[in-house]
Design a protein around this ligand. Structure first.
Ligand SMILES: [Zn+2]
Length: 366
């Protein structure tokens, strides 16, 4: 522990729409009030807030490094490799089951405060000195089960693409074992990690699918047409990012047509993409193509801790930079329920909540 004073400097500028383009200041309260669905949030490496890192005993200099990224202007944003270095800060601060448990609790509470009603967290099972992969997953599941608030929380377990075949198989074994134990919490499998390292192994994902797991795969974060073709050919339940799919965004026509044909929902993480330089700015983000083509997409934070954002801010960018109406923002959140890995009964309940909220808050849409 290192005291109770928050480490964020008083003069720190949170990322806001004003940094991207013209701002209509009234939209953020609407976005905060809107019941939201978060489908792409990395639990430990990117979503832990700086205050919790401080609580976990993280060095002050490391925390300042962790949040520095969000204060940089777009044209000096860190490259993807540097971001993966920053993720290690939270990684290193959570190397015991107790720390993992606390971090999970805090992340869920953060999303709760932001009016997220359904949350899918994702993380790669991790072994450390004194903590097995199984204990790591147990600590997270325990925190989810203990949470008493209003957010319905599910867990997606990831395979890190930079790990060797043996480590991936080992992770898959843990994932399948834990899924059997906690079928209502562990719902899916993901492929994540540095997109410049390793690749997509269809065998792992076929096996996971055969064992009842939903699949979501980080896809097209960097230009790799062959891999995008393979992933879309597999037709996962969702893909993460999809930056380099459309030919105008460094992808190719064949893959864009494949995405149009398969209609795999895309998890779009605007701030993350802007800050890692995979898109130039908010208004030129490839979500523009998904919107104009009527393709399924959802809006997510990716790593809210390291990018100092939250889901409300991400929604505000759709309004400010992509001219969506309030009604359309509500629909993006409503549609996301369908793309989630919740059960049919849970989806019906979430949709009822959203319809009810809309009916009770008609004045907010004017
Ligand atoms: Zn991600």
């Amino acid at each position: 522990m290192s005291g109770e004073t928050p480490i964020i400097p008083h003069d720190f500028k949170f990322l806001s729409s004003s940094q991207s383009s013209e701002t209509r200041p009234s939209i953020l309260p609407f976005c905060r009030s809107l019941p939201k669905v978060e489908l792409h949030a990395h639990l430990i490496n990117g979503s832990v807030d700086p205050v919790t890192l401080q609580e976990l005993g993280c060095m002050e200099t490391s925390i300042l490094d962790y949040i520095k990224l969000a204060s940089l202007s777009n044209n000096t944003s860190r490259a993807l490799d540097e971001c993966f270095d920053l993720f290690r800060i939270a990684h290193n601060a959570t190397n015991t089951p107790q720390a993992v448990h606390l971090a999970t609790r805090r992340v869920i509470e953060d999303f709760d405060k932001d009016n997220v009603i359904y949350l899918e967290l994702r993380t790669t099972p991790r072994a450390e000195q004194g903590m097995t992969k199984q204990e790591y997953v147990e600590a997270i599941v325990t925190a989810i089960k203990e949470y008493q608030g209003d957010v319905l929380v599910k867990l997606i377990l990831s395979i890190n693409r930079s790990h060797d075949a043996k480590a991936c198989q080992d992770s898959l074994d843990v994932i399948l074992k834990k899924k059997k134990l906690y079928p209502d919490i562990i719902k899916g499998i993901d492929l994540s990690g540095n997109p410049k390292v390793g690749g997509f192994d269809s065998y792992i994902f076929k096996t996971a699918r055969e064992n009842g797991l939903y699949t979501t795969i980080h896809c097209g974060e960097v230009k790799n047409d062959g891999e995008v073709t393979d992933i879309l050919g597999f037709k996962p339940d969702r893909i993460g990012h999809g930056n380099f799919v459309h030919p105008d965004y460094g992808g190719c026509q064949e893959n864009w047509e494949l995405l149009c044909e398969k209609r795999v929902p895309v998890e779009c993480c605007l701030t993350s993409n802007v800050m890692t330089n995979t898109t130039r700015n908010y208004s030129e983000h490839h979500v523009k193509e998904l919107i104009s083509s009527g393709l399924p997409y959802t809006i997510s934070t990716d790593d809210k801790g390291v990018f100092l954002t939250d889901l409300s801010r991400e929604y505000s960018h759709l309004y400010d930079d992509h001219a969506l109406t309030k009604e359309a923002l509500w629909k993006v959140s409503f549609n996301s329920v369908d793309y989630s890995f919740a059960s049919s009964a849970e989806k019906s309940l979430l949709k009822s909540k959203m319809i009810e909220w809309k009916r009770d808050n008609e004045a907010l849409f004017k």
